[in-house]
Design a protein. Sequence first.
Length: 768
Amino acid sequence: FAAGLPSDFTTERDGAKNEEALYRLIEAVLLDFPLLVAVDDMQWCDPESLSLLLRLLERFSDQRFVLLSIERLDEPGWDAHTQSDASFVLDALAEGDARALARSLSPDASEEVIARVAEVSAGRAIDIVAIAESIAQGSNDIADVAAGLRAVVARDLAVMPPERREFLQMLALIEEPIPLALLQQLWSEEHFLPLLQASSERYLTADPTGIGFRHAALAQAIRETIAIDVPYRRRIIAGIAKLAAPSNSDLERVIAQARACGDDSLELEYLKRLADAASTASELPLLAKVLERMIALMPFKAHILLPLYTQLSVIYNGLSRGRETLRVCMSGLDAALAAGARHDLAPLVTSMALAAWHDGDKLEFERLMARYGINLESDSDRTQLALVKLTSSVFELDVAQFEEQLSIIHSLDTQNPVNDLRLAVLEALMSARLGEDEKCLRLIAKSRVLAAHVPKALRFMPEVMDRITTFYRSGATNTHSRSTRNGEKDSGDGNAAIEALLALSVGHIEDSFDIVNDALVKDSSGFERRVLIGIGASAGVLSGAPVPQSIMAAARNEAELIIAGTQNHALVPIAAALAALDAESNPPFARALFENAITAIERTAVAPQSFFIPTVLAKAALRLNDRTALKNISKGLIKTDKQPWSLAQSRLAAYCSSLWSSGRPDDMERITLVHQFNNLGAPFFISLIPAPGISRSLEQPHRDNLSRREREVVALVAEGRTNRQIAGLLVLSERTIEGHVANVFNKIGATSRAQIATWYSKQPSLPA
């Protein structure tokens, strides 16, 4: 009556009309005031009145409507009219309860619609009721749920105080999670804290990183209530600009706001800032995303965009995303050629060709080099092209092509510190592969001098090359003694890989796994990541220790590329190791991996930075019972360079393959192998050398060869114990147990822990 509406409650006899008039009156009051309806002695309400109150709750549950009931449970008559509004609690309902409430309100709706109502309401009963009432009965369309939510949110915001409505609308325009520091820039603390508190129950939630909406659909519904959002977005940009130390996420927020405002110049300004930050932090996926957007925004100017295209292609190459590399390179080259540019194209040509080469497609590599190479006019560009061909010849141990490209480079008149450094490093690596140690050392010394005149990002090259070549020459004997530059830790390809191999060489298997695991967490480079995975999986094959799940998962991800036919040399160790590990459990899969590895090895020599251990391939052939492959390996299938490490590893694989295929190895060869691995400081590989007369058969017992401690270890291995568990039971170090296990493998001719268990089960008695 206070609202001034005519009412005929007392004269109208039609109950439905009375109820509708009551609804109109309440709706009118709620436009300006919250409404409290109090019912005394509710236990005496008749069922019809209780039903009316329940309908009132459902109808106005999303508005400022409160029902206060006073119940006297000790009075007679209450039990016969039990009624409770427990379903309308303010706390969020569990998913099952939320669905049940939505189903009670929309009995004919589809399960998909009911689930969506429960989801977007974030379990809040008042929103479930409001959304369910807003959708058509029997609806099977999720779009109806979105429309219902929009209607509920729009109605809610319409009656909110303007300041709170603006608060929610601005928050809906900011990428979540929204940091509190940004809110403090947009509102004073005395304003935003009450607004936050008033909005948190229904719309907002918090986590350790900031503020967000209870459901993305709520934020979307609020955004749709904004008529013009540019002023809000400008305020957000200004607020972020006031932050003392904006994070990368803050820069991304500015970029998103500038794009929504159509401000290309501001977006580009912040994209450049974000690119610098991502580059400094080595966040390559983020940097690639930023560069893609920068290229899309900028008009083509060769001197500006070609370096961006090149940088982007190098990132994609490093992330092993070959398709993106080819797309970016071709786009950049086509745009440059269309604009008449003929200089500084070599980086894109070489990056594109390397993408094909890394995938093992030598023909495509040559085709791309020939197709785009004819457009290179400057000596600088031609030098870079020759350097790429020089790189491929080093990795493939193609001496003839190496000499040809070296001659081309020397004939060109260029003076470029970066090219000079790369040339010296490549020459050093080729010299190392050919066993020309003195020449290699001279070139590494020269590269150190050249490194002083190149960008900081490239200065690690001589140190890494020195460490790799030292490892191949000396193994574990003095690699650890190599000093790092200025006392700093080495960076770049090979460092973590060498540490893992050094641990493996002396039988510290768990240490090797730990080094690989730690490096995998930190490293985002595709090539080095694959090298590390290959070392970790190979360590498991050779030692029989269970490979950590993280390394196995990473190896299986790479297996998809291997099965698809990619012949990148960094995949060969992974393929060989997985073939050996899966030979018994999944022979077809293991066979496919093994054949791919064989094909890659037949095509070219495996690059030294892959740190391939040929005995792993021999073990895979043994477990797959491939006698032909074993004979081929024994006859020198695996091409190698002339460094001591490579020669010893290849001879070990040939010796084992000869023993396993024919049982007639050369005993002098065994003595030579022991001597070579002794000189390399690699006792673990000595333990892998089978003694004469030991065939691959596990049927013949060798219990007399086992020491008392080795018998104890065998019994525990047969029980399925890990090295760590055995060490605890026997009160020994884990490394000691690893040594005993390696000796057992050697003495009984086993190649896996499962085979030790099989051998043990067939022994009449093997006392501990």
